[in-house]
Design a binder for this molecule. Structure first.
Ligand code: FAD
Length: 478
């Protein structure tokens, strides 16, 4: 319309998916603003997700290591004490610096940062309600024939409403990043990545943590069964307790009393009760499209509330595309980022690239767990004949030198062609090492390709190479 400012592309949402799409679109020559209502850029990941959780994981690990595992390394320190407010402040500083950093990136790339909430009036017209800190609170309109929905996800409430999150004693991951004191007992509902990461943090800081999981294994979707078992053993050794195959039915708290969490076996049976001072509800996340007005323009959602797209990120309404946590696929920052780049390229030149078969997953516990591609259970289900090549960190010189020998690297390869189908790692630096596996998978490498690639000595990555050797022929050091 005449009264609206018109753009080549408009991105709604300033999370990883959105700000990356806006930057890429601008780099490709488009006038492409990014609309964000949160007040800061970076979305879930930078504000209440990846970044603050990794700050707490890193520093709680240092604390725990200093307290329990440093004497044998020849370092004597007395009076190791936790200053939780300072640790939380360090986390907030990391978040502040990174969100401001994204603001700088938008500026450097000439992307307009529109601070407000967007709502569709038509497929090409958005109404913007400015954030409260903005000079004017008068709504205004912007228009484009290319609008990208990148509105992300939010914490999924406990199913059926039997437990209400108050972010004080019954918390989501957001509240679990802000606890004012270390709870004596903490219950974590959900043994997926977020539950295990936040459970580890508070366990290291002194809480007695019990993880309750509906399924028979921890680690969430995609984890290899053998890795999940080892992972549970490792975390149990660290002091976490697990209650698997258990369904939480309700939780009750009376004022200052401990919270009672009622469970029953997943497939029915007698009720059990568990007490905790803080309960973390980590049962997943759901797409977020509230207030966006999608119903007004006819953008269809699937049964889980995700925006339906085709293979070019087109929604059911021409000119409106969607990327990131708000569409199907793993809710991961790097997946959202890859889609941000691809969608801008598609608008510019008709094609973009995201390989959904090669998106790594990482659990940032200690040791880390990481994987990419298919796991053994997948391959069995698919009826693929495969080979397993495994190498334990116990036989890796660098792991031994560092005194961190837990875990292994596991290659799964096609039995006939030696092509890598999946790589699963539990062990030191697994999250960094999985990048090499992802590159190998992306390029269709065989285990022999990796086995014949020189890896520096002494590095943990040699365990990766030797696992490839084990899959292709035989390892040397085990
Ligand atoms: P979001 O980050 O959710 O961003 C969407 C943005 O859109 C929000 O800022 C929202 O305010 C804005 N918005 C919504 N509606 C409107 C509107 N109408 N107008 C204007 N703005 C709007 N992933 C990893 O890969 N690695 C990790 O280690 C990791 N750790 C995590 C830890 C935790 C505790 C959590 C909760 C998540 C973690 N994730 C991690 C997942 C990761 O945060 C998400 O995959 C990622 O943030 C998705 O990005 P997105 O841009 O699609 O959505």
């Amino acid at each position: 319309t005449e009264s609206s400012q018109s753009y080549d592309v408009i991105v709604v949402g300033g999370g990883i998916a959105g700000y990356v799409a806006a930057i890429k679109a601008s780099q490709l020559g488009f006038k492409a603003p990014c609309v964000e209502k949160r007040g800061t850029l970076g979305g879930t990941c930078l504000n209440v997700g990846c970044i603050p959780s990794k700050a707490m994981l890193n520093n709680s690990h240092l604390y725990h290591q200093t307290k329990h595992d440093i004497k044998a390394r020849g370092i004597e320190v007395s009076d190791v004490t936790l200053n939780l407010p300072a640790m939380l402040k360090a986390k907030d500083k990391a978040v502040f610096n990174l969100t401001r950093g994204v603001e700088g990136l938008l500026k450097a790339n000439k992307v307009d940062y529109i601070q407000g909430a967007a709502s569709f009036l038509s497929p090409s017209l958005l109404s913007i309600t400015p954030n409260q800190n903005q000079p004017s609170d008068n709504p205004f309109q912007i228009s484009s024939s290319n609008i990208i929905i990148a509105t992300g996800s939010e914490v999924a409430p406990f199913p059926g409403g039997a437990i209400t999150i108050d972010e004080e004693r019954i918390v989501s991951s957001t509240g679990a990043l802000e606890l004012k004191s270390v709870p004596k007992k903490m219950a974590v509902i959900g043994g997926g990545i977020i539950g295990l990461e936040m459970g580890s943090v508070w366990s290291r800081l002194g809480a007695e943590v019990t993880v309750i999981e509906y399924l028979g294994a921890i680690g969430g979707a995609g984890i290899d069964g053998e890795v999940a078992k080892q992972f549970q053993k490792t975390l149990t050794k660290q002091g976490l307790k697990f209650k698997l195959n258990a369904k939480v039915t309700s939780a009750s708290s009376n004022g200052g009393d401990p919270i009672s969490i009622y469970t029953e076996p997943s497939n029915g049976g007698a009720q059990d009760v568990l007490e905790a001072d803080v309960v973390l509800v980590a049962v997943g996340r759901r797409p977020y499209t509230a207030g966006l007005g999608l119903e007004k323009i006819g953008v269809d959602l699937d049964s889980k509330g995700r925006v339906i797209i085709d293979d070019q990120f087109n929604t059911t309404v021409p000119g409106v595309r969607a990327i990131g946590d708000v569409i199907a696929g793993p809710m991961l920052a790097h997946k959202a980022e890859d889609e941000g780049i691809a969608v801008a390229e598609i608008i510019k030149k008709g094609h973009g690239h995201v390989n959904y078969e090669a998106i790594p997953s990482v659990v940032y516990t200690h040791p880390e767990v990481a994987w990419v591609g298919k796991n053994e259970e997948d391959l069995k289900k698919m009826g693929v004949s495969y080979k397993v090549g495994k190498f334990p960190f116990l036989a890796n010189s660098r792991a031994k030198t560092n005194g961190e020998t837990e875990g292994f690297v596991k290659f799964l390869t096609d039995k006939d062609t030696d092509k890598i189908l999946g790589v699963h790692i539990i062990g030191p630096n697994a999250g960094e090492m999985i990048a090499e596996a992802t590159l190998a998978l992306e390029y269709g490498a065989s285990a022999e390709d990796v086995a014949r690639t020189s890896h520096a000595h002494p590095t943990l990555a040699e365990a990766f190479k030797e696992a490839a050797m084990a899959a292709y022929s035989k390892p040397i050091h085990f």
